[in-house]
Every structure is written in C-alpha cells, then in structure tokens.
Design a protein around this ligand. Structure first.
Ligand code: CAA
Length: 378
C-alpha cells in the first residue's frame, strides 16, 4: 500500500481545507442554531463535491475513492455536520443507484445527485429494525405497474431535505433477508410523509427525521436491482459507507488534537504553558498517536476500495477504531481545555457532542465487532 497521496489528491485536500475554513467555519453558528446548510451544499455543488467519485458521463467529477475520503476527512475537521451530509448523500444515497441501477435509473437520478441538484438519503432503519437490519416491517406489494409501499423509517439523515431516497422494504415475508428489496423513492411521490425532526445531542444543522410511506405508489421502474436483492444492496453499500463515517470520525479526532495542542500552548498555569506539564503533554501524545493510527486504518480501507479489493473487514475496523478515537479525543480535548472546555465559547464542547454519534450510526461499534469477528473467524 502506497500511503502517499497523489498530486491530484493533495490538490483536493487543499481545496476542501480552504473551502471549509473560508465558507463553512463562519456558518457553524447558524448550523448550531438548527439551520440546514443548504447554502453550503450549493457551493459544494459548484465545486463538484456532490459527485466526487461519480463518472463524468453521469455528471460527476470522476475522481478516485481516496479523493472522496480525503474530502469527507477534511470537512469533518471543521464541520462533522457537513461531512456526514456529504457522506450519506454519496455512499448510501447515490452509490446504490450507480452500482445497482439500470441505465435509465442512472440517467434519471445519478446525474442530478452528482451535480447536487438533488440530495440523497438512505432509509433502512425502522423502530424495530436498528442493528437487526433484517427485521424490517415496511412492506412493498406489487400491483400492476407499481408497488404499494407502507411503513415507517426512523433516524433518516438528510430526511425531508433530500430529493431521492433509497428505501428498503419487504416484498416477500417468507424469504427472510432474500425477501427484502430496494426502491428509489422521490420526495414528491404522494404518500411521502415527513415526521418528527429529532432534537439531537449534537450534529445540529444535520436533519434526522422519521418518514412514513402511506399507500405510496412506487413505479416498477424504481425497483433497484432485482426483487430480493435489497439486503445485499444495503449491506454492500454500508461496507463502503462505513469508510466515509470512519473518515468523518478521523476528522473529529484530528480536530480535537489540533484544538487541544493550540490551547495547551497558549494556556499558562504554574508559570508555564500547560503543554509543558507532563500530564497534559502525555495526553496530547496519546491523542495524536490514536489519530495517526485511525488515519492508517481509514486510508488502508479507502485504498483497498479504490483497488476494487474486498474491504468489508477493513472498513469495519476503520469505523470501529476511528469512531472510538473521535470520542476519546473529544473527551480529552474538553479535559485539556478545563472549565473552558465545558462552555460553548470553545470548540471542544461541540466536538464532544458531535463525536458520540460516530459510534452509533452506520452500524454501532458492537455491530462492527460482529462483522470483524465473522471475518477473522471464517
Ligand atoms: N455485503 C453483502 N451481503 C452481505 C453482507 C455484506 N457486507 N453481509 C451479509 N450479507 C448477506 C449474507 O451473505 C447473507 O446472504 P446469504 O444468505 O446469501 O449468504 C445475508 O446478507 C444475511 O447475512 P447475515 O445472516 O450475516 O445477516 P444478519 O441478519 O445476521 O445481519 C449484520 C448482519 C451485520 C448484523 C447487519 O444486520 C448489519 O450490518 N446491521 C447494522 C445495520 C446498520 O449498519 N444500520 C445503519 C443504518 S444506515 C445509517 O445509519 C445511515 C446514517 O444515517 C448515517
């Protein structure tokens, strides 16, 4: 594995880093007040960030997978909110159509998702199907030239804001995981009901809603892949999606190091900067070491994905380790800031609130351990 970025990847990193600092940082207060960063996404569309890995023929930038991961990583250093919106839009909102869709579906949907004209979302989770993703209750019943969709989804990132949704529903209850199918649902299909907008601990500005489908007619042409292929599509895309969440987590872990180091060099106690007190210096050393290890796991998984090699185990390892590093580093960052870290005047408090969800969504840390243990014992 060559761990050096190419010149193009370095250019991408600089472009996103500058954009995050110049455009996103000043917008954070508005997101913290609950505003969805639509203006930011519009600017990201202009920069080609909404379809980084989508081939040019479908309106994307046609760049490699590592460039996408670099973008997610850089965005998260400033705003985990913007980072996760892009990750969900790309990994699980656009890619399922790109990988499993037919030409007509790609022309109709991917072209708009890749340019940012449309925002994407992914609807797997239900009230009784979280980690146990196979126990879906949402039903799709075929009738003439359409399916009738009924059911409810929860915790849908980008929900309500997105234009297209990859929805998983049971088409044959007798067949277990082989009876689940995937559909492309448009926000304007009659029967699409946006429910509760969750008040979250962190990630303010990112929308997380409940959705209900009430006798919604989904045209047969919007079946994604074959009937019964839905579970494979969901888990297959989550494998890759988890590298995105891992990169987002890495960004938080790195930001925690940067903020803690800067503060510790400024803040003086007992006659010298606290960075020179061994208790704090060791903390900074541990935080930086963990972030570096997370980085190697994230970019290893990205590299394998880019090479078209199996990466399920590595993606889960990266997600597991990077998300716990994000949380631990955020906790330590608050500790380095002391009383100031507990106030909203400093970034440590927001990082702390934003970090926790990394260990939960796109598969909890416990689910990652299940996936990894299956790989290492088979
Ligand atoms: N790729 C493709 N197919 C896969 C797969 C994968 N990674 N993992 C399993 N499958 C297939 C299996 O091969 C099997 O098919 P066969 O019978 O033909 O062999 C079928 O799926 C069932 O496999 P399992 O028996 O292993 O499935 P399971 O029911 O035990 O579940 C699980 C496995 C790993 C626990 C899975 O349910 C899981 O990943 N759960 C977590 C769900 C999750 O991550 N949710 C996140 C929601 S999205 C989100 O959070 C987005 C957001 O907003 C940020």
């Amino acid at each position: 594995m060559d761990l050096r970025f190419t010149e193009e990847q370095i250019m991408m990193q600089k472009m996103v880093r500058d954009f995050a600092r110049e455009e996103i940082e000043p917008f954070i207060e508005r997101m913290e007040a609950g505003e969805f960063p639509r203006d930011i996404l519009n600017k990201m569309s202009e920069l080609g960030l909404m379809g980084i890995t989508v081939p040019e023929e479908y309106g994307g930038a046609g760049m490699d997978f590592t460039s996408y991961i670099i973008a997610i990583n850089e965005l998260a250093k400033v705003s985990p909110v913007v980072s996760v919106i892009l990750s969900v839009h790309t990994s699980v909102g656009t890619n399922p159509i790109l990988y499993y869709g037919n030409e007509e579906q790609k022309q109709k949907y991917v072209t708009k998702l890749a340019t940012g004209e449309h925002l994407g979302a992914f609807c797997l989770t239900e009230p009784s199907a979280g980690s146990d993703a196979a126990s879906l209750k949402t039903r799709a019943v075929k009738k003439d030239d359409h399916y009738v969709l009924n059911g409810s989804k929860i915790f849908i990132t980008n929900g309500g804001e997105a234009d297209t949704y990859i929805v998983f529903a049971v088409t044959d209850p007798e067949k277990g995981t082989k009876g689940i199918s995937a559909f492309i649902v448009e926000k304007n299909f009659p029967g699409f009901v946006v429910g509760k907008d969750e008040e979250k601990m962190g990630l303010h500005g990112s929308r997380t809603v409940q959705l209900t489908f009430e006798d919604m007619k989904v045209p047969v042409e919007n079946l994604l892949g074959e009937e019964g292929e839905g579970f494979k599509i969901a888990l297959g895309n989550l494998d890759v999606g988890r590298i995105g969440i891992a990169a987002k987590s890495l960004g938080i872990a790195e930001a925690a190091v940067d903020h803690a180091v800067a503060y510790a060099k400024e803040r003086e106690q007992f006659g010298k900067p606290i960075a020179q007190q061994q208790g704090i210096g060791f903390k900074l050393a541990d935080m930086a070491t963990a972030a570096e290890a997370a980085k190697l796991l994230v970019y290893q998984a990205a590299f394998l994905r880019q090479e078209g090699k199996p990466c399920g185990k590595e993606a889960s390892m990266a997600k597991l380790f990077a998300s716990s590093t994000a949380m631990n580093n955020a906790i330590e960052c608050v500790q380095v800031f002391g009383g100031n870290g507990y106030t909203e005047d400093y970034p440590a408090e927001r990082l702390f609130r934003d970090a926790k969800i990394s260990e939960i969504y796109e598969g909890t840390s416990e689910i990652q351990r299940i996936v990894i243990s299956k790989h290492v014992t088979k």
